[in-house]
Design a protein around this ligand. Structure first.
Ligand SMILES: [Zn+2]
Length: 281
């Protein structure tokens, strides 16, 4: 499932190819709900003739800005892919939408599971996300003191809190597990029980795992590709995600890794490096 590094990689790969181009037509397949509640005719009227002025990312969402101050919000969700291809190239597998550009390329949206959406907004698409998304770990305003304030008094598991997009935007199951491992924090610890030094470690671990995953152009297990169809490389760098279920040894201490289901999500961790019971300080 694409998280912040994957969506950012899609954004970076598309930006030089699509920004400045004009939309000449739309093509929608049999799954019309890809456009949410608006009709194909409405979408076509809104988009044809518009020039793409920018492509931004907020949390796990892509935002395409148009020259009339409107925009498009793209949710990749579980298996969504947004890719450019030559107009004559065969459609992607599970392709639901093509935005035809004036440089002979199509911006195509494919999605096997059909949870993804391409939503057209009359105004700035970022406004719709404002109340749903908290700050992002790679932004300067995401400080340890901000995050300490967020966690104070919380009894929910830290793993679940990291996945709450209103508190931290952009983190999903892979990077939550990886950050908790680096910070040596058990995923079931109540958020409010973390000491200041642990919150510091977790904030810097989130930055490390997200930053290096962007450098590796994202994690590809199955469907994730960047905007030109290339797989990422970060799957070779994971310390715990996916390895806990197989009981593979911790790279740090050699102990077999473990997993637990927390809030319906599988959490991979090292029982030795990430103890649940912390000796009293
Ligand atoms: Zn370990």
């Amino acid at each position: 499932m694409p998280e912040l590094p994957e969506v950012e990689t899609v954004r970076r790969s598309l930006e030089p190819i699509v920004v400045g181009r004009t939309i000449i037509d739309l093509d929608v397949g049999s799954f019309a709900s890809v456009l949410g509640t608006i009709s194909f005719d409405h979408a076509r009227a809104a988009l044809v003739g518009r020039r793409l002025t920018g492509i931004r990312r907020r949390g796990k969402f892509l935002l395409i800005d148009l020259d009339d101050e409107s925009g498009i919000e793209v949710h990749l969700r579980m298996t969504g892919q947004l890719e450019v291809a030559d107009r004559g190239a065969p459609p992607l597998r599970f392709q639901h939408l093509a935005i035809l550009l004036n440089n002979g390329l199509d911006l195509r949206f494919a999605d096997q599971r059909k949870f993804g959406r391409v939503i057209i907004h009359d105004g700035d698409p970022a406004l719709a996300l404002k109340s749903k998304l908290g700050p992002e770990p790679l932004e300067t305003d995401f400080t340890s003191s901000y995050f300490q304030g967020v966690l104070r008094g919380r009894t929910a598991a830290i793993k679940s809190l990291l996945l709450d997009q209103r508190l931290v935007a952009g983190i999903g199951n892979i990077y939550a597990d990886e950050a908790l491992f680096l910070a040596r924090i058990h995923p079931q610890r109540p958020g409010g029980s973390l000491a200041a030094v642990e919150v510091d470690a977790l904030v810097s671990a989130m930055r490390d795992v997200l930053g290096s995953a962007i450098d590796q152009r994202g994690t590809t297990f199955r469907s994730y590709r960047d905007g030109t169809g290339q797989a990422g490389e970060n799957q070779h760098r994971l310390n715990v995600y996916g390895r806990g279920r197989r009981g593979e040894p911790c790279f740090r201490c050699g102990t077999p890794l473990a997993y637990l289901v927390i809030g319906q999500r599988t959490s991979h961790f090292c029982p030795e490096c990430q103890p649940l019971e912390i000796e009293s300080r």
